[in-house]
Structure formats: structure tokens, C-alpha cells
Ligand binder design. Sequence first.
Ligand code: SF4
Ligand code: SF4
Length: 506
Amino acid sequence: MTVVIDRTRSPHDAGGSARAAGPVSAAARARQQASKGGGELYKPRAQIYPKRVNGRWRMVKWALMGVMLAIYYITPWIRWHRPGALPDQAVLVDFDGGRFYFFWIQLWPQEVYFITGLLVMAALALFLTTSIFGRLWCGYACPQTVWTDLFMMVERRFEGDRNARMKLDAAPWSLEKAWRKLGKHAVWLGIAFGTGGAWIFYFHDAPTLIRTFWIGQGAMTAYVSCALLTAATYVMAGAMREQVCTYMCPWPRIQGAMLDKHSLQVTYRYDRAEPRGPHKKGQTWEGRGDCIDCNQCVVVCPMGIDIRDGAQLECINCGLCVDACDEMMLKVGRPTGLIAYDTDAAVLDRAEGRKPIYRFIRSRTIFYTVALAVISGLMIWGLSNRSPVEAHALRDRNPTFVRLRDGSIRDGYTLKVANRAFEDRDYRVTVTGIPGARVWTPGSRGGGPVRIHVPANEVTALRVFVTAPPAGLNAASQPLTFRLTAPQASVEVKSVFLSGAANVSD
Ligand code: SF4
Ligand code: SF4
């Protein structure tokens, strides 16, 4: 018999087995309500009361949540010594100074391509992990998931687990209900404010801002950003929750292009689960599947769906239904893994009596890996070969040149030198390309070497003249090179020397 996997329908429906009556998922309840309402434009939201679950994946989620929250809150407080008056915050987006600091790396606005490269790398890494492991990002690392988990933990502290919360919501207002609800929202607001507050420290010196913020002397952008992020965290993690993933986030739609039948996803192994039905202690397991229709996989789901209906756009692959089902399997003495991280292809293989084959190396994973390696290599090469100095020569436009009394030609330039190093630099300026040409600064009367001092992390401009004797000029426009030499590094700047269309020797 050939089993066809239809990921939009329940596998047991496709197989024709009867489904026992029982509690339905929140998504299914919402569908039912919508159909009763005669086709309203928007589907009504069914409140989801996820039940607490213990297990392997829940532990992984708690651990990752702790790590990620710690990274987010602690990072702005890490100090990193830089010389002079440079900020000592390890990670800082300094809009005022036009710099991005990341530990030993310092990026200037004109180096924004490094940020672009970093974003491309992050996107490719996400594509690669999604095509192999499914929506790992959504289930474990996405800020929406992490903060919603945190808010749910607070909710349980005040209102109890699923049944207690449902009872509390259905109960009339009382003093107890009021303090539980007020307490929950107060802690939510505190966390939301802490989230918004931590965010603004990435854009200002954190120890300074925490002092000035409370006395009303912080930057206006800090107050506005903090207020916006506080509101966004409170609303998205406290009130909207699964609706953000289902309706607002584009990723669930995009990730469909990265997934195929060999991608690991949280999967209901219908090959051993169906036909399902209640099971009493002592009853035989012959002629039936392992699913006892206990509905525990549904009540723990933070998205309010039933994984037994197959892969769904709402499923964030958090693995909580895996933990819930494993717990039930252990209770009834059946092997765990009825719901597990598995592939469609492997389930189909088992259903048809073949040994499952897992193919993690596929054309799409090879493509993502190669693209990621190339971009990473370019980024590393670019960062390690990045010049600490950048110089430009801006030629005077008016007058384009001046003929001096002795017949020589003088052009004016402004040299702009950006010193990206963490130390001051002194450059000696010379010119090459035109025989007999020399460079000098206005006011120096042409004598002495030309020097330019560029403080660390700053841009300095210097106006210079270049004078060339007629004997060295053979065209109206000739290439000219400024050479800036310092003990630490040298740099060359290409420019042109104009001497007029008329023959310079007349
Ligand atoms: S179906 Fe399972 S994996 Fe998917 S969101 Fe619900 S609990 Fe998480
Ligand atoms: S938790 Fe497992 S046994 Fe219970 S309904 Fe879900 S799949 Fe079936």
C-alpha cells in the first residue's frame, strides 16, 4: 500500500480511521466559531491556555531562554578598553559619533557593507538550519518565542496552570482575581520596561545613560525608544503571542521554500500512532495505534494547534508536544517518540515497511553551505585586510589651475584622511607621477616637508598645492599620486593634475 502524506490534512483522515471525540485545538475551535458566525472577515481568536509540561525539549528551551536573556541584558555592560577618548563599551551603536563598535572591531558609516554582509550571513545560516532542522529559530531562539515563554512563566506564577487559569478567567471579578491579574500585568510591564530599557543601552554609554535617564537628562531618542519597545514587548508577548507568529511574521510563509520532505520537523508518526483511540489499562495493543487520544499534545501547544493534523503554518517546532506525548507513552508503557523531530520521508519509509533514510546533504543544503562559506570567507578577508587609513584628494574646481610667473602650473587639493586606528598617526605627504612636481601647504611658502596629523578615530582635512614645472607636463590632464607615509602604514591616493588645454610650454 502506498501512503501519501498530505501535510494539510490529518494523516488519520487520509487513512480513513475514525477519530475519537475529544477536546479540539484552539485553532479548530476558532474555525468552528468562524463558520458558525456566517463567514466574518476575520477569524475570532480562541484564547489559548497552554499547559505546563516537563521534558527534554522544555529543558532545552529554559536553558536557551536563560542564555539569550543573559546575553541581551548583560552585553551593553561589558567594557572594552580603547585608547584616548574612545568609548569603552564593547558593543555600541554610536549614532552621534557615526561609529559601530563591536569589541575589537570598529566600523565607520562608509563600511556599512560589512553590516550588509553580516545580515546576508545570518539569513543564509537561517536558511541552512531551516532546511535541515526545520523551524529551530522559531521554536527556540526567536525573541517573540523567548519573551512569550518568559511572560507565560510569570502568568503561571500568578494564575496557576491551564485549568486554574481557565477557571479564573471564567470566574466573576473578586479581590483574589483582581490581585492575581494586577500582579501579573505589573510584572509583565516591569519585564517589558526592562527590555526596552536594555535596548537603549546599545546606543549610548550604558553607565552614563542609566544615571541621566532617571533625572530626565537622557537623550529624547532614548525615552521614545524605551517607551516604544516597552509597549511592543508588553503587547506582543503578553497579549498577541501566537498571533504575531501566525499573522504578522513573514517567516512562516518564507520558510516553506526551505523545507522539503527531508527536513526535520516536529512530526506525528502516524505510521505507529493510527488508528488512535482511548486505551484502558490491561487492554491489548494489537490492531490499534499507540495514540491514546489523551489530547496532551494539544493542551501544551502554545500555538493552540493539533500536531496530529500534520504540519501546519502555525507550528513553531518548539517540541513541547514531543515532551507531553513522551510523558504519556511512558505512563502507558509504550515506546516514546510517537511525536518526534523526524522527516516526512522517514515516516513514509516506515509506513511502507522500509528502513528510513535521512538525507541531510541535499542540493539545497549544499548551496546554502557553499554560499555561507563564501560570504563568511569574504567577510573575514575584508575585515582582516581592512586598511586603518582611508584617504581622498578633492581637487579645486575653481580655478582648475594657476599659471605662476616662472611658467610652472599650480593645482589646489584638499586631502581628507580618515584614521580608523586606535592611535594618532602622523603622515608625510609626497607626490609622484609628474617629474619635478612638489607638494606644499598654503602659508609654508613651499619650503619643508608636508605633514598631516590625524588623531585616532577621526577625519582630518589638509589643503595643499602641487606645483609642476612646464618640462614635466605633456598633457592637459595627467595622473598624479599622493603618497601618505607613516611608520605604521602608508597609503596612496590617485588624482589628476590639470594644466589647461593650451600647450604648457608656450
Ligand atoms: S504543534 Fe508541537 S511543536 Fe508545533 S507549536 Fe505546538 S507544541 Fe510546538
Ligand atoms: S499526546 Fe501522544 S498519545 Fe496523547 S493525543 Fe497526543 S499524540 Fe496521542
